[in-house]
Write a protein that binds this ligand. Structure first.
Ligand code: CU
Length: 239
């Protein structure tokens, strides 16, 4: 099935509705941000960042193929790895994330965060692995895709940012391991460049967790607290 997918996508590479899989739209991923008017090159297959993971050739963190020489297209320094910060959040905030699954192969979505310290160096998976993000209202850190294989769905989830991470430049990573191709590990990955601000109120220096702060704070961080519905309309670019 996977091979046929690759074959079909080669055949359809020049057709607008190419065989496709998923793109993180909110926050805008490196591959998808061009559709929102960010100054990056158009991406011909922005919902087909697929990789087959093996122990010998692990998948790179941002959706490139293992054998792609650096700078890889979706890593910092690569074609779409411009480092442009697409969203600025607040420490511990609940953030709305939306993934447009254009052709599901099942499995779960996971989200990881890496605080970036060296601006022009790609981040490593080991950094992402240290910060698996919690999904609000769920015990698990993974959310299941529910659309039948081969069909589409918009997956909206609310993530909780860590209470101990601020950064001028963090990378948010989405990973989906396709259920349909197991035991092979076929994964879809996207990265987005974000910033996370701390404030005096949200500092961890003896302060309470964000949830216990006065509601005035909610007003300042509103984008992450609402139903996400308004944002969905505002930023949705696949129909
Ligand atoms: Cu496929």
């Amino acid at each position: 099935m996977f091979l046929s997918c690759v074959f079909v996508s080669l055949l359809l590479a020049l057709v607008p509705q190419a065989h496709s899989h998923m793109v993180m739209e909110e926050p805008p991923s490196r591959n998808g941000m061009w559709r929102l008017g960010f100054n990056v090159p158009p991406h011909p297959q922005d919902d087909y960042l697929v990789c087959t993971h093996t122990r010998k050739a692990p998948c790179p963190p941002c959706g490139d193929k293992p054998d792609t020489p650096r700078p890889r297209p979706h890593e910092l320094g690569g074609t779409w790895g411009t480092g442009t910060i697409v969203r600025t959040y607040t420490l511990g905030q609940r953030i709305q994330v939306r993934v447009n699954v254009t052709n599901s192969h099942g499995g779960k979505l996971r989200f990881n965060l890496c605080p970036h310290v060296e601006p022009n160096t790609p981040v490593e998976q080991s950094c992402f692995d240290k910060h698996a993000l919690k999904i609000v209202g769920q015990r698990s850190k993974a959310v299941q895709l529910t659309a039948p294989n081969g069909s589409s769905e918009i997956k909206s989830v609310e993530l909780r940012l860590p209470y101990d991470v601020t950064c001028n430049h963090c990378v948010l990573q989405m990973t989906n391991i396709a259920q349909e191709f197991k035991p092979s590990t076929v994964m879809f990955r996207n990265c987005a460049d974000i910033a996370i601000q701390g404030t005096a109120k949200t500092s961890l220096a003896g302060g309470p967790p964000l949830e216990h702060l006065p509601s005035a704070l909610d007003l300042h961080t509103r984008s992450g607290f609402g139903s996400g519905y308004e944002e969905q309309k505002q930023y949705r670019f696949y129909n």
